[in-house]
Every structure is written in C-alpha cells, then in structure tokens.
Design a protein around this ligand. Sequence first.
Ligand SMILES: Cc1cc2nc3c(=O)[nH]c(=O)nc-3n(C[C@H](O)[C@H](O)[C@H](O)COP(=O)(O)OP(=O)(O)OC[C@H]3O[C@@H](n4cnc5c(N)ncnc54)[C@H](O)[C@@H]3O)c2cc1C
Length: 296
Amino acid sequence: MGFNIVVCVKQVPDTKRITGDAMKEDGTVNRAALPAIFNPEDLNALEEALAVRDAHGGTITVITMGPPNACEVLRDSYYRGADRCILVTDRRAAASDTLATSYILSCAAKKLNADLVFCGRQAIDGDTAQVGPQMAEKLGFSLVTYLEELIDLADGTVRVRRNVGNGWEDVTAKLPALVTVLDANTPRPYAARRQMKYKNAHSEGEIVARVKKAGADEAEVAKQVDALKAKGLFIESWDLDELEADLQWVGMAGSPTKVHRIQSVVLAGGEYHEFQPNDEDIAELVGNLIEDHTIG
Ligand SMILES: Cc1cc2nc3c(=O)[nH]c(=O)nc-3n(C[C@H](O)[C@H](O)[C@H](O)COP(=O)(O)OP(=O)(O)OC[C@H]3O[C@@H](n4cnc5c(N)ncnc54)[C@H](O)[C@@H]3O)c2cc1C
C-alpha cells in the first residue's frame, strides 16, 4: 500500500567554516560569507524516508521553507530519490521563530496528508531542535525523537530505537507520526541519471530572477514555467495563502521569541595551541585543563 512520507529539509550556512566575517555589525548572520549547505541531519532524515519507501513503497515529498535559492536542497533531494519537492516561500513568513516555522511547515504536511513526517533532529544554524516536536504537536501526530534505527512499520504503528544519550530505548508509536532523526545512517549519494535530469528543475522564483537578469518579460517567465512543467521539472512553490495559514501565527506576529542581545564570539588565532602526542605535551595539556577547572 505504501506510505505518504513528508521530509522537512533546511538550507543552512555551513557553520563549520565560520570565519571573522560570519556576523554582520548588527549581529545578524552574514549569509554571503558562509556557503549554504543541506542541513546534515536532514540528509539522514531523507535517507530514512528513502529506506522506508524501498521497503514498503509509497511517495516522498520533500519540503523546505526559505527563499528561492533554498531550491538547491530540493534539487539535491531529487538527485537522491525524492518523488516531489515543494518550496514554501512567502515574504510574510520572514522573521518567523521556531513556533511560527513549525506552524507553517505543519500546514504544508497537513495539506499533503502525511502518514509519516521525518525531520532532522536539529538545524546547525538555529540549533534549537524545536521545529520537529512543535510540528508534531500542531499536527496532532505521535512524536518520536532521536531515531537511531527504524525497526518496523506495521499495523498502523512505527517501531523506533531512539538514542537516549547513554543507551537506547525501543518505542512504538501510532501513525500518523513525526520522527526526528540523528546521524543514524549513511545518506545515499546522488544517482547520476537523476542528477542529469533534475539539475534543470527550477521554481518560479528562480525563473523570474533569471528572466529579469536577461531583460526579458513576463511572457517569457510563463513560457519557461510551462516548458518545465511539461518535463516534470517545475519545482512547486506554496505561499501562505495556498497553505490557508492563519497570518496571526506566522512571521513577526506569530513569533513570541524576543532576541535581547546577540554576542559575536570569534576565536582568534592566538588562542590556538597544538599539543603533540608525547608525554611532555600531554602533561602540559592536562595541567592547563586542571588550571582552568575543565577537569579535576
Ligand atoms: C526572533 C527570531 C527571528 C527569526 N527570524 C528569521 C528570519 O527572518 N529568517 C530566517 O531565515 N530565520 C529566522 N529565524 C530563525 C528561524 O526561526 C529558525 O531557523 C527556524 O525556526 C528553524 O529553527 P532551528 O534552526 O532551530 O531548527 P531546528 O528546530 O533545530 O530544526 C529541526 C528540524 O526541523 C526542520 N526544519 C527546521 N527549519 C526548517 C525549514 N525552514 N524548512 C524545512 N524544515 C525545517 C529540519 O528537518 C530540521 O532538521 C528567526 C529566529 C528567531 C528566534
């Protein structure tokens, strides 16, 4: 029979490559200084969904909420095997905190009539790990966090081994369910044929930007959209109207989080000290750690 699976993926700045330019003067993230990547645990979430489809059949719809260039993670999802990808994008969603983000994503999952939703445990930029659990609450779905292994899917339930820090526990949850995934598996690589095909998949926002740059008009946008639709390469975009979202729960209005202060911490090169694997250096390292109360 197969499952109707939704995977939430987020495009994030590569926080492993942070330099002194990572933050702007006003304390916001300088996204131009950091390459945008697929949130690592969302790759694990997608892999888990692909494994379920391999074993039980069904369809995988990948959704991301973000600006038009977030389509990069959607193309990546197509290369790995997603059936359908949707960009949730709307200026009125700007300044959404995790509560508003999860509301918007839950509207999309509801519209898609999902049986199973997979999210990464957390995004490496926001790092809150709140979006998955908040989505489950809004959808009224069972919630299982920290998936280490999906053991079974049968009789309207999902059985999951979850990581609990120093060990694991097996839980059974009724479907529909939302599961957040750790780096529990090895994401499959791109399929070459899919990459050749879907590298040409674009959303309307991307087409508009491209056509504007070339100095062409709206008729050209419509022509290119129709051409992509005919080839199955048009990435759908949903706005808040399409999701029938209540505007009081989105953007600034729907975001109770208030940022009082942002501190930019940049480690200077002078703080870097390399220890060699010899007795003398190890003794010095342990001495330093005791001195600053990290150990002892
Ligand atoms: C006051 C405030 C204002 C903000 N304003 C903005 C803003 O204007 N623009 C902006 O881009 N961000 C903004 N943010 C950040 C934004 O709220 C978070 O990035 C977002 O809510 C996700 O939270 P997180 O990164 O902690 O995700 P987590 O909860 O750590 O993510 C868990 C999982 O949820 C899923 N997920 C999370 N976000 C998305 C997404 N966007 N699409 C699909 N799946 C997702 C992924 O599967 C992810 O692994 C703001 C945050 C605050 C607190």
